[in-house]
Design a protein around this ligand. Structure first.
Ligand SMILES: C[S@@+](CC[C@H](N)C(=O)[O-])C[C@H]1O[C@@H](n2cnc3c(N)ncnc32)[C@H](O)[C@@H]1O
Length: 250
């Protein structure tokens, strides 16, 4: 069995943020598997077959990739950002664990990419400069009660936070509920950052006090960051700089 599966992160959108390691894996691939808009980021060429698929078929897509690798193909499964952050790496490994035992003998590698929260943080300074956590606000794969609990405990522990999948057409009310929980648990006007289409030509960064945010400020192209209670804003001409100090007194 000489095929392989590489699960690769394409970064947040700008080709300059695709790592050389990922670019080399794409160059060697015989087959690319992934969600339609991510596969569209890979240039077609002779000898390369593209297999775009819809969003909610992660396990089917993973099995397909593993089956092709079992036949000797060199498959790259693409994700945006980093493949281990709310993306395909865990899905492929879940398929390996529960699938055909021969898949365990395949050459399987995960190649990191620049995840949206890190590109967004860099675009406005260093809001994740101290301890932080990342929470997926979609309740497609976990109950809302668990999201609410994690939001409140993260606020209590004074983590800075990053929120992925904040609001979609099929989940219009979730982000409003998350904001309510955060406003109650934080009780202050720390900055919330709405970073949309980060690293792309139409990137926007909006910084809004937590007390003033509204649910319509985020969509599925937005990653949302929230400072901790110590996060600072440096006002200056042009866009402010935001940072969370690296040290905490006491
Ligand atoms: C299914 S998650 C995938 C995350 C991806 N694996 C990563 O590491 O960035 C999709 C969510 O990532 C965030 N996201 C991905 N790319 C982004 C970008 N360029 N700008 C802003 N948010 C982005 C959004 O919150 C979006 O709803």
């Amino acid at each position: 069995m000489s095929g392989s599966v590489v699960i690769a992160g394409l970064g947040p959108g700008n080709d300059a943020l695709v790592t050389p390691e990922v670019a080399a894996a794409l160059d060697k691939a015989t087959d690319i598997v992934g969600y339609i808009p991510y596969v569209a980021r890979v240039a077609p060429r002779a000898g390369l077959t593209l297999h775009p698929s819809d969003n909610r078929v992660e396990i089917d897509r993973s099995r397909h990739a593993l089956e092709m690798a079992s036949e000797g193909k060199h498959v790259v499964v693409v994700s945006s950002g980093d493949p281990g952050v709310f993306a395909m790496a865990a899905a492929v490994l879940e398929a390996v664990e529960h699938g055909d035992p021969v898949w365990r003998d395949l050459d399987i590698k995960v190649l990191p990419g620049i995840t949206a929260m890190l590109a967004a943080a860099a675009a406005c300074g260093a809001p994740l400069g101290h301890d932080f956590c990342a929470i997926n606000l979609s309740d497609n794969m976990k109950p809302w009660a668990l999201i609410d609990k994690r939001l409140r405990l993260a606020a209590e522990a004074d983590f800075a936070m990053a929120f992925y999948n904040p609001r979609s057409k099929s989940r219009p009310e979730g982000f409003g509920k998350a904001l309510k929980a955060l406003q109650e648990a934080c009780g202050d006007a720390r900055p919330m950052i709405f970073a949309r289409n980060v690293s792309r030509p139409d990137q926007t960064i909006k910084i809004v006090p937590l007390t003033d945010v509204t649910e319509d400020m985020a969509d599925m192209r937005t990653v949302v960051l929230l400072g901790n209670s110590q996060t600072r804003i440096i006002e200056r001409d042009g866009a402010p700089l935001i940072y969370t100090p690296r040290s905490v007194d006491g």
